[in-house]
Design a protein around this ligand. Structure first.
Ligand SMILES: Nc1ncnc2c1ncn2[C@@H]1O[C@H](COP(=O)(O)OP(=O)(O)OP(=O)(O)O)[C@@H](O)[C@H]1O
Length: 354
């Protein structure tokens, strides 16, 4: 894989912190990545999606930099790297880990976090520092500045970047689980929040086209998702057991954490430190069920409904019974393709600043 290089911005003397100056209105045209600062104070790499939340992330980040500098200067080298487009955060993260960064912080929404998490892996294995003598691992961090920022909700984190910086300063870490998704071919794909199938995934696919409307994008996405929607019979295999048939599935959601779709508590018992996913299957929902039961989905009280099934799993395979690969799959709000897919939990796979 070829990496191009982007500016490295470090606060430590003699290096000059250039974060404010670099926040140009134009993005760098070359796709470049993180390079380690020369002093060995410990590097924290901030992977900033300037286009997150319809450009709000870039503006908020610019305002945040002086505060960040005041809180972290003297403790860490602060390195910032702006993403130039989709998937760039993956490359930046891999390079930062190989170079021995102490932390990689996703600055943006769940999509940016998702890409940073994918950067912790390569070729089906965790990425490691090139320096064989490195004694630390790279921790994942998050400054939630996206449209939905659903992952942060599980931890009860407010959408306040100053709080997020305090978490980085405190340096308290927990190991959290990551989900891995395998398809019929290709590289495994990783997720940290919720992976979901069918109507919700189709709605998410459309919602991503309306992010300029803020949280309203999820309503628009759901309305568009309903057009032509049909509940489908699906076959699932849990923890390597027997295949089971679930008729008339509206959506199947695999939660490593609890929230998706801009605050819906879809998998209310999921816990990213548990070593298990919570799987929630909605069956035979009609459009009016969403109107009548929407408040329950937001409160996480929908599990008591008779056509909602929930269970704790370590692996789940999902297939269509009939049909030709038209059932949408998304992970962490990012479109991933279509069924079939296999989802496995990787317990305690990443150390997170939380
Ligand atoms: N420079 C860029 N220009 C355009 N798109 C980008 C750029 N960098 C990253 N992206 C893409 O932007 C998408 C959305 O980013 P992000 O998740 O940060 O914000 P959001 O969608 O507003 O928030 P949320 O996912 O929490 O709703 C990601 O899928 C990512 O691939």
């Amino acid at each position: 894989m070829v990496f191009n290089r982007i500016a490295v911005l470090a606060v430590s003397k003699p290096l000059v912190f250039k974060a404010e100056q670099s926040m140009a209105s134009e993005l760098p045209t070359d796709r470049t990545s993180y390079r380690r600062a020369s002093t060995r104070k410990g590097d924290i790499v901030f992977v900033v999606n300037p286009k997150g939340a319809n450009g709000r992330t870039g503006k908020e980040w610019k305002k945040l930099v002086p505060y960040l500098r005041s809180r972290l200067d003297g403790v860490y080298n602060i390195c910032e790297s702006f993403t130039s487009g989709p998937s760039h955060a993956i490359d930046i993260t891999r390079e930062a880990i190989r170079e021995g960064a102490d932390g990689v912080i996703a600055v943006g929404g769940d999509g940016t976090l998702h890409e940073v998490v994918n950067g912790f892996f390569w070729g089906g294995k965790p990425v490691a520092a090139e320096d064989q003598e490195a004694t630390h691992t790279t921790a994942l961090g998050l400054i939630p500045l996206g449209t939905g920022s659903d992952f942060a909700r599980t931890f009860g984190w407010k959408n306040d970047p100053h709080d997020a910086i305090e978490r980085i300063v405190k340096g308290q870490k927990s190991r959290i689980d990551v989900g891995v998704i395998n398809g019929e071919s290709g590289e495994p794909h990783y997720f940290i929040n919720v992976a979901d199938i069918h109507l919700s995934a189709k709605a998410g696919y459309y919602a991503s086209q309306y992010k300029r409307f803020g949280n309203l994008c999820y309503v628009i996405g759901a309305l568009r998702g309903f057009v032509g929607h049909k509940n489908q019979d699906l076959r699932i295999k849990v923890n390597g057991g027997e295949w089971e048939i679930f008729p008339q599935v509206t959506a199947l959601c695999i939660g490593n954490a609890k929230f998706f779709g801009g605050g819906m508590k879809i998998t209310p018992n999921a816990d990213p430190c548990s070593g298990d996913f919570e799987v929630v299957i909605l069956q035979d929902f009609k459009w009016y069920d969403f109107i009548l039961k929407l408040h329950k989905l937001y409160q996480g009280t929908h599990l008591a409904e008779k056509n909602v099934h929930s269970r704790s799993v370590k692996t789940i395979e999902v297939e269509e019974i009939t049909g030709g690969g038209s059932i949408y799959v998304q992970s962490d709000g990012e479109h991933l393709g279509f069924l079939p897919r296999k989802f496995c939990v990787l317990p305690a796979a990443i150390e997170m600043l939380c």
